[in-house]
Design a protein around this ligand. Structure first.
Ligand code: ZN
Length: 357
């Protein structure tokens, strides 16, 4: 019995150790490679949009493969594919693959379709709750695949594929990544416009299931309209697919460069730590939320002072500083933003209750 308990303790400590590794490179020193999940939309029994024997699922897969090939040259990037063949994958499985890989970025590649043959250009989607009628149509189309899945009611409990407003549960988590998702989406859009001379239909927000279920910055790219003869020809050609892949590739590289801000040094930051009276109101700066448990050490967070961690369900929240003086918290928030924690915000503790300022 004793041996058994000792073994359990030993295994437990091993696990604890593994759990403490600084694995999330968006918020720590990149101890692991920058991981990008490439998701070719649709597949197998779900062809996606289909016009004149051109199938969305084939274009998506080819673009993703060209994109992966270009990214493979970077030894500091790890690529994970949701599919490399013409197979059917449920939406939650795609998000699962990304979550298990603890990916830094999720990219889903699609093609658009419209009743009007003149509709053209590309757009990139990030998760949002905007209930705009146009958006709702796109969401219905891309989420419709859920209805092909067996037991979808169980797997997407409380989720109506036709109603983006039913998604609220995971939104708080995705909100943490929204700034980064928008940054990536904007880079994709400007590359398509500048390099491919495509009409820029903008960065848009809607409740795509595949974006909602993944816990990382995530974008869904509509690379063009296969209902438009010119774009269909372009997207079906290997030249076009390579160009599209390259535009996305370039956005990934630029996005990644912005995440590597770890070498910043700030000199006067130690002055910002102070002893606080815990019976008073306390202010902290929230810098990150992640599924990854990271040691609450300054070196894991770009040398920001007094790091603390709180668990809430499956999510860990990370804070810097601890002040009775709001002004000091605001100064530290500004520094955190400068260091790359763009969505850092102040939280207030009163009578043991945390609230966002
Ligand atoms: Zn699609």
């Amino acid at each position: 019995m004793k041996i058994y308990i000792a073994l359990l303790l030993f295994l437990g400590s091993l696990q604890l150790h593994a759990g403490n590794e600084p694995v999330d490179s968006t918020i720590t020193k990149p101890a692991k490679k920058f991981t990008v999940v490439l998701d070719a939309g649709h597949g197998g029994k779900d062809p996606g949009k289909l016009v004149s024997s051109v199938r969305e699922k084939d274009i998506a897969l080819k673009v993703v493969k060209y994109l992966g090939k270009e990214l493979e040259d970077h030894t500091d990037i790890e690529i994970v594919y949701t599919r490399t063949t013409d197979k059917f994958l449920e939406l939650y499985q795609r998000a699962d693959i990304a979550n298990k890989a603890k990916a830094d970025l999720f990219i889903s590649v699609h093609c658009n379709a419209a009743a009007s043959r003149s509709a053209k250009g590309n757009e990139t989607w990030v998760l949002g709750l905007h209930r705009n009628a146009d958006n709702l149509e796109v969401v219905k189309r891309e989420n419709a695949v859920i209805l092909l899945e067996e037991d979808y009611e169980e797997k997407y409990a409380g989720f109506d594929p036709n109603d983006p407003a039913s998604f609220a549960s995971n939104l708080i988590v995705q909100e943490e990544y929204l700034d980064n998702s928008i940054e990536m989406a904007s880079k994709v859009q400007s590359n398509f416009e500048a390099d491919l001379k495509r009409k820029n239909r903008g960065v848009k927000q809607a409740g795509f299931a595949v974006l909602r279920l993944s816990y990382m910055p995530s974008v869904l790219i509509e690379t063009g309209f296969i209902t438009n003869a010119e774009e269909r020809k372009f997207l079906s050609s290997s030249t076009g697919q390579k160009k599209v892949a390259h535009a996305i590739y370039d956005a990934v590289i630029k996005y990644k460069a912005n995440r590597s801000l770890n070498d910043f040094v700030i000199e006067d930051i130690t002055d910002l730590s102070e002893t606080v009276e815990s019976n008073n109101t306390i202010y902290k700066v929230q810098i990150a939320a992640s599924k990854n448990k990271i040691e609450a050490k300054s070196y894991n967070f770009k040398k920001l002072p007094s790091i603390s961690r709180e668990q809430e369900g499956a999510i860990y929240r990370y804070f810097t500083g601890s002040f009775n003086d709001l002004k000091k918290a605001q100064d530290l928030q500004k520094k955190a933003v400068k260091l790359g924690y763009k969505s850092a915000f102040i939280v207030k503790y009163e009578n043991g209750e945390r609230s966002r300022l």
